[in-house]
Design a protein around this ligand. Structure first.
Ligand SMILES: Nc1nc2c(c(=O)[nH]1)N(C=O)[C@@H](CNc1ccc(C(=O)N[C@@H](CCC(=O)O)C(=O)O)cc1)CN2
Ligand SMILES: Nc1nc2c(ncn2[C@@H]2O[C@H](COP(=O)(O)OP(=O)(O)OP(=O)(O)O)[C@@H](O)[C@H]2O)c(=O)[nH]1
Ligand SMILES: [K+]
Ligand SMILES: [Mg+2]
Length: 457
């Protein structure tokens, strides 16, 4: 249930023990100032004006115990993030100060905010559009500068704008058609060809926006890349060279890596989670057996498999056995140890047009590896007309509905169905577009969208 009249409170900063030197507790609502005044003790001669920081202490009004030394920032309605009275208490970081201050706020009548409730209020009170609010969640979760840039574009309204425009044009069309339903005799007949062209244009614009979904997904969630291959081909060496760390243990003993080792990288703006895995082979060793099983799992769940081959050994039966179940997966062949004398690899290279050569122990071939990965990623992807925006899953699904409805309008025209049929589908498209921009929203949709936010946002 959305309740706007209440005053909500939450910790607005990350709660990580012994990290972060400052923690913020935030209040929003009609009682924000009154609650803060009951628990804050500062200089008497200082007035509470909007956006003026006050220095003082948070004191428990019942026991008179001093809880923390703080800075207090009032942002008075409508000049605040939520457009309500907001008071921020900038406390010492860590676990205790913020939690105790939050408890005090709750004991004074504030309600613990639901996840995303501050931002929800910003939307309901007209500060933010829905797409802007969704961009905030993306911005907070961004794992690369490009992902952050994309979210910021959404926050600035660049996503809502073209969709609103499409919706407005649909509304114009609807008005034109409905006029014929009501006053058919007084108006010239509908220019069907013109409507068909207008619909084509709108469908095309929707397609361009829809084509940003893949890129958005990629920038938001990134890629999971699994390094797999026989024992000792140099998988862990590759992980280390790539991440420029000693993350994984490297020895000349086959079966060194026993478990999946993860590392996070950013390549060409795409966050990449790299998984080094245990070398795959038949083994009686109980621990290694489990490791090999985990390798298979990692390979099957990865967006891209880096299949590492020992250049000196060439393509062996063991390689074939590992490759067999991975055949149909997106896969890049990494031929490692090219610094050593190698047999003729031409037949293998012909079989794998997507390959790179590396000498992981020496750190060579990493740039080429990244290049090859980016090429694979961008292959077959619709070019997004240089839009710097990208839609999320919810927006994609809803815009697809709008696209289908507009297609059905065209079909209704083609089949010469009565005008009512045109308007039904046109209305459905308008509703779907409005669900993306927030112009047509139900409470349950809002609840679902904002439940994915973190508390305090
Ligand atoms: N301490 C703190 N930092 C923060 C936030 C916050 O809530 N608190 N934000 C929260 O996400 C973001 C900034 N967003 C904000 C948006 C509007 C206003 C605000 O007070 N707007 C008023 C005043 C503008 C002015 O003086 O010109 C207004 O628009 O009327 C504050 C923060 C990031 N940093
Ligand atoms: N000459 C040469 N040796 C390499 C290269 N890459 C790795 N090695 C060596 O190969 C041996 C095995 O390397 P690892 O990285 O542990 O191989 P792995 O595939 O992770 O092995 P497991 O975890 O046991 O499956 C080590 O002695 C490395 O130093 C390379 O490019 N050239
Ligand atoms: K090894
Ligand atoms: Mg290893």
């Amino acid at each position: 249930m959305i309740q706007l009249g209440t005053t909500i409170a939450a910790i607005a900063t990350a709660i990580v023990p012994e990290q972060g030197s400052i923690g913020i507790v935030r209040l929003s609502g009609p009682e924000a100032v009154a609650i803060a005044q009951r628990i804050f003790r500062g200089r008497k001669d200082r007035a509470w004006s909007s956006h003026q920081v006050l220095y003082g202490h948070v004191v428990d009004p019942n026991s008179q115990t001093v809880i923390d030394e703080v800075l207090l920032l009032p942002m008075l309605a409508p000049r605040s993030y939520t457009k309500e009275d907001v008071v921020e208490l900038h406390c010492h970081g860590g676990l205790m100060p913020v939690q105790q201050v939050l408890q005090l706020c709750l004991s004074q009548g504030a309600k613990l905010a639901q996840p995303g409730e501050f931002t929800l209020r910003a939307v309901l009170n007209g500060r933010l559009e829905l797409t802007q609010a969704e961009s905030i969640a993306d911005l907070v979760g961004a794992k690369s500068p490009q992902a952050a840039q994309m979210a910021l574009a959404g926050l600035q309204g660049k996503l809502a704008q073209p969709i609103r425009q499409i919706r407005a044009q649909c509304l114009d069309l609807l008005a034109e058609i409905e006029a014929r339903l009501d006053f058919a005799d007084d108006l010239p007949p509908l220019a069907e060809a013109g409507i068909h062209t207008a619909l084509n244009q709108l469908l095309e614009e929707l397609e361009i926006i829809l084509s940003t979904a893949n890129r958005g997904e990629l920038l938001r969630t990134g890629l999971k890349v699994a390094i797999v291959g026989r024992p000792n081909v140099g998988k862990s060496s590759l992980l280390n060279a790539w991440s420029r760390t000693d993350r994984a243990i490297v020895t000349d003993l086959p079966g060194t890596t026993r478990d999946v080792v993860e590392s996070s990288l950013v390549v060409g703006g795409i966050p990449i989670q790299v998984l080094d895995t245990a070398g795959m082979r038949d083994t009686e060793d109980q621990v290694e057996k489990i490791g090999v099983e985990r390798s298979r799992q990692a390979a099957s769940q990865a967006d891209l498999v880096l299949f590492v081959l020992d250049a000196q050994a060439g393509w062996t039966e063991g390689d074939q056995a590992i490759y067999e179940p991975l055949k149909s997966r997106p896969l890049l062949l990494v031929i490692n140890k090219i610094d050593l004398a190698t047999p003729d690899l031409t037949p293998i290279l012909e079989q794998f047009p997507c390959h790179v050569k590396t000498a992981a122990a020496q750190g060579t071939g990493i740039t080429e590896l990244e290049q090859a990965i980016l090429e694979q990623v961008h292959q077959g992807q619709v070019t997004a007309a240089n839009l710097d925006i990208a839609i999320n899953q919810r927006q994609g699904a809803t815009l697809t509905q709008a696209w289908q409805s507009l297609k059905q309008v065209q079909q209704a025209i083609a089949e010469q169905l009565p005008l009512d049929f045109w308007t039904i589908d046109l209305r459905a498209a308008i509703t779907a577009l409005g669900e993306v921009t927030g112009e047509e929203l139900t409470e349950s949709m809002l609840a679902r969208i904002f439940s994915q936010f973190c508390i305090g946002k």
